[in-house]
Ligand binder design. Structure first.
Ligand code: UDP
Ligand code: MG
Length: 304
């Protein structure tokens, strides 16, 4: 059986439609399936829509979060609820074309264990968004040793891969990269990102920046190395200035150089503050992990 996980946050307009379309496609392809809608604390009628879908179709399961925990948590809750031999994650706004699910399922039948859907094109995005996404993916790709620039959360995973992701103890997960991190026999299919028909994207610029920083921190310690590199560079610079100052002192020209002092204080001061900030960020993430709070809280599950 194929379990399809659909995280939903304020998707009342799209929910019924995507439930119908996806179940129709899977029924036509004669694939035994289960749809798991995870309501990520929506403020609109998404949960009512899920209840309606569950009563119309016995292959649908609904999971209701006690509040908004974010898409990462919603995907993990879906994976934990799923009982299928393989699990697919797909957006419930139909921006990920559901026909691709069938193609992915066929690849799974051929023995692939991780099937990633990669974006052929990135859809409509502003220039600013493109540039920052570019930088983010460069960093992440380097950290996971795998080209992530076209990656999406749209994937199909074998039970083995799902179980290994679920067994990870960390709280700050980055599903998109974890699926390649776990290994297994992997392949990919291409898809075109569709336009959103109704509702709106949940990603504000701030949310995107937060998402990027959290994921970089959870996957890479490269920013910490910046602290060391900056320290070494400042040390070398300091040695040169030190020698210059000594020579000036010995030759009796020592009073000049007030500008240098101010510049040094400012530059070194800001470097130290940036470095403390970076280290602080990692410490705050360690703090979050150490607290060991659950990734999400479920208030209700419906459907069989
Ligand atoms: N989503 C979620 N929790 C959130 C934000 C988004 O479950 O806090 C879901 C949303 O309902 C959708 C998917 O994640 O199914 C992708 O969200 P969106 O379409 O807003 O992102 P975009 O397609 O613009 O990247
Ligand atoms: Mg979307």
């Amino acid at each position: 059986m194929l379990s399809v996980i659909l995280p939903a946050y304020n998707e009342e307009k799209m929910l019924g439609k995507s439930a119908d379309i996806i179940s129709k496609i899977l029924e036509d392809a004669k694939i035994e399936y289960q749809l798991i809608f995870v309501n990520d604390g929506s403020k609109d009628n998404t949960w009512n829509e899920i209840e309606k879908a569950v009563s119309n179709n016995q292959n649908i399961v609904g999971v209701n979060f006690s509040r908004n925990f974010g898409k990462e948590s919603a995907m993990l809750a879906g994976l934990a609820t799923a009982t299928g031999d393989c699990c697919a994650v797909i957006d419930c706004d139909l921006q990920h074309p559901p026909e691709v699910l069938v193609e992915m399922y066929r690849l799974w039948e051929q023995g692939y264990e991780v099937i990633e859907a990669v974006k052929r094109s990135r859809g409509k995005e502003s220039l600013m968004h493109k540039a920052s996404a570019g930088l983010f993916y460069k960093l992440i790709s380097k950290a996971v040793n795998f080209d992530m620039s076209r990656a999406s959360d749209f994937k199909l995973l074998d039970r083995k891969a799902v179980d290994s992701i679920l067994s990870l103890p960390e709280k700050n997960t980055f599903f998109r990269a974890l699926s390649s991190w776990v290994g297994f026999k992997a392949t990919s299919v291409e898809f075109d990102v569709q336009e959103r028909e109704a509702g709106e994207s949940k990603w504000s610029t701030r949310a995107l920046i937060d998402y990027a920083i959290t994921n970089i921190v959870s996957f890479s310690s490269a920013p910490m190395q910046f602290v060391t590199v900056a320290g070494v560079l400042t040390f070398i610079f300091g040695m040169i200035m030190g020698i210059q100052t000594l020579i000036k002192f010995l030759t009796g020209k020592a009073v000049e150089g007030f500008t240098t002092v101010i510049l040094l204080v400012l530059i070194i001061g800001s470097l130290i503050m940036i470095s403390l900030g970076i280290i602080g960020y990692y410490i705050s993430k360690i703090y979050e992990e150490v607290k060991g709070r659950p990734r999400y809280i479920i208030s209700k599950t419906i459907g069989k």
